[in-house]
Design a protein around this ligand. Structure first.
Ligand SMILES: [Mn+2]
Length: 601
């Protein structure tokens, strides 16, 4: 089982661990210390060794940070984690603070009214973040000071760094060789007058070199750093034990493998204009470049991020294959759920286990792409709900079940949400579900002029809900990698996303509606942006989506009288496509179930 439901932490260990940290703070001469969830690569998932926030406080969520002084501590989390932080931490030891309303700088000013020294580990914070904090704290006599990681000093049984071997991502799946990509990025750097770029994001390095890794769960990218020069040569900084002979041959002589301990020396050797990403590069890197004094830092986005997001035709073909495989697994899962759940006796954990088993039976599952969100009844209204043994709820007739899940296959990453009725749906659910579906259909059918960003079209998916005085408090969609991160920049579908949406990008379309204490609804498909085409009889080329996700949408939750003819035609055509693409992959009994589930409205 990939997903586990045990509690990894308990709130009662925090007091002793904080006491140990405070002793280390006294020894290091700092009055406060910052403990972020981040590792040096700013990943969504971190290795056990980097899970310092969980070890120290008990909080296991994937975003947040703690601030510790000699006699107080606070943990800052956003709305997604407000309930979880209460369950996992002891407020007598760690005060709860809510982002974005509560600010670390205000808390520090109140905790240290006479001023003091605030220590932080420069590997775990970027230049932008530290500049913002310095500007806020400096006038209050609070100085930010670089320090060794004091949590590591007191964490006696801290796990070792992960050392998973690299694997080759075949050119046939990537659509371009690593040599071509290195040459292209090198040319782009040269064109911008840059001598080199420092890469600190594992998925950028994995994409550039056509390799994958296994150092962190859920995202198959290796923990590594790299420097690419304008001639396309790369210094790859990682534990050389991760690179077997076949991978070394694949990387070739223009990729020099060097132990991470030599990262500083590599940076010291750089001269000229050097590109560094201000939001993601550790401050340690910019400090080192500045100290060596030979390179001029040019703050610029990681040059791999945009080409990685615009998938090749080979990657899009891989995504289609991955989604057919995953769709067949979802059909088997939904058929099993229909046959089993209305009788009662299932729990959320049973459902998560069964879905993972069915995906494993494909024989192609490398990992799940994130821990499955499976919320029955009111749990469905908790947007980032992760079931544990402590919260596990029965799946009861008369309720909705929301299941948001995904898989990592070598040819593609999937992410799908379906909401199903267990028995008769609760009052109001069908109306809300139909409005969410109208939003999904409106976005899926949209044609738009090239150049628009997510913030320009996000409202399309919300308009049917807005008209009814309803909304959802999350973005409409996010980028998805090719056998990489299930959340990938730079583009997204939200009012904050200013990055133009380009052909080849794969994004999720996932409107929802949540009634606290009652039910949650979300319908999520992935879709790839197709090249611009002029619609029949039109004058201007427009972008549009090709839906990748293939799984039935619960017809029992649809009120057909609320759909217009074009919406019904879209849904019937989608279901006809789901049935025709998946039926050949399914056993007869599941195919029969699918035929009913995909019947025209
Ligand atoms: Mn998603």
């Amino acid at each position: 089982m990939l997903q586990n439901f045990h509690r990894r932490t308990t709130p009662d260990t925090a007091a002793a661990r904080l006491a140990a940290l405070r002793a280390a703070m006294a020894e290091a001469g700092v009055d406060a210390f910052l403990v972020p969830r981040a590792d040096a690569h700013q990943g969504e998932n971190v290795a056990p060794r980097d899970d310092r926030l969980a070890w120290l406080t008990g909080f296991t969520g994937s975003a947040g940070f703690a601030v510790v002084t000699r006699d107080a501590a606070a943990i800052f989390v956003d709305g997604r984690y407000r309930l979880q932080v209460r369950a996992e931490t002891d407020p007598a030891v760690v005060a709860w603070a809510s982002l974005p309303d509560d600010k670390a700088e205000d808390w520090l000013v109140a905790a240290l009214p006479g001023g003091g020294r605030v220590g932080f580990d420069p590997w775990l914070h970027g230049a932008a973040e530290i500049e913002t904090l310095t500007a806020a704290l400096g006038p209050r006599q609070l100085a930010l000071v670089r320090a060794p990681n004091l949590v590591d000093r007191v964490w006696v049984d801290q796990p070792p760094p992960p050392a998973a071997p690299l694997a080759i991502q075949p050119d046939a799946l990537a659509g371009r060789s690593a040599a071509e990509k290195r040459a292209e990025i090198g040319r782009a750097l040269a064109g911008g007058g840059l001598a080199a770029a420092v890469l600190t994001l594992p998925d950028s390095i994995a994409w550039l070199l056509n390799v994958r890794g296994g150092d962190v769960a859920r995202t198959p990218a290796p923990l590594a750093f790299a420097v690419i020069a304008s001639d396309g040569r790369v210094d790859l900084l990682l534990d050389p034990a991760k690179v077997g002979p076949e991978v070394a041959a694949h990387l070739g002589p223009d990729v020099r493998i060097r132990p991470e301990a030599e990262f500083g020396a590599v940076l010291d050797g750089l001269a000229g204009r050097v590109a560094l990403d201000r939001t993601t590069a550790p401050l340690w890197v910019s400090d080192r470049l500045a100290a060596a004094g030979r390179a001029e830092i040019v703050w610029t986005p990681d040059p791999c991020v945009l080409p990685k997001a615009t998938k090749t035709e080979a990657e899009i073909a891989g995504a289609r294959a991955a989604h057919r495989r995953d769709g067949a697994a979802m059909a088997s899962f939904l058929a099993w759920l229909d046959a089993t759940a209305p009788g009662g006796g299932l729990t959320e954990i049973d459902v998560v286990r069964r879905l993972e088993d069915i995906r494993r039976e494909t024989g192609a599952l490398r990992d799940i792409s994130f821990d499955t969100i499976c919320g029955a009844g009111p749990d469905g209204a908790i947007v980032h709900y992760r079931v544990s043994e402590a919260t596990n709820r029965p799946v009861r007739p008369g309720e909705l079940l929301l299941v948001d899940s995904g898989a990592q296959y070598q040819d593609g990453t999937t992410d799908i949400t379906r909401t199903v009725a267990i028995g008769d749906p609760p009052p109001g659910a069908a109306v809300a579900f139909t409005l969410v579906l109208k939003g999904l259909i409106a976005m899926s059918r949209l044609r738009w002029p090239p150049g628009l960003a997510g913030r320009d079209i996000d409202a399309i998916a919300r308009a049917p809900l807005w008209a009814a005085g309803l909304d959802y408090d999350h973005g409409t969609g996010h980028g998805v990698g090719s056998y990489l991160g299930v959340h990938e920049g730079p583009a997204g579908l939200s009012r904050r996303s200013a990055e133009p949406i380009r052909p080849g990008m794969i994004l999720s379309i996932e409107p929802g509606f949540y009634r606290e204490g009652a039910f949650g609804i979300r319908i999520e498909n992935l879709a790839v942006v197709r090249p611009p085409e002029t619609p029949e009889g039109g004058e201007r080329p427009m972008l549009g989506w090709e839906t990748l996700t293939l799984a039935p949408i619960d017809r029992r939750l649809i009120d057909p009288s609320r759909l217009d003819a074009a919406e019904r035609a879209w849904l019937d055509a989608y279901h006809a496509r789901v049935a025709s693409e998946l039926t050949p992959l399914l056993p007869a009994a599941t195919a029969a179930w699918l035929r009913t589930a995909c019947a025209p409205l």
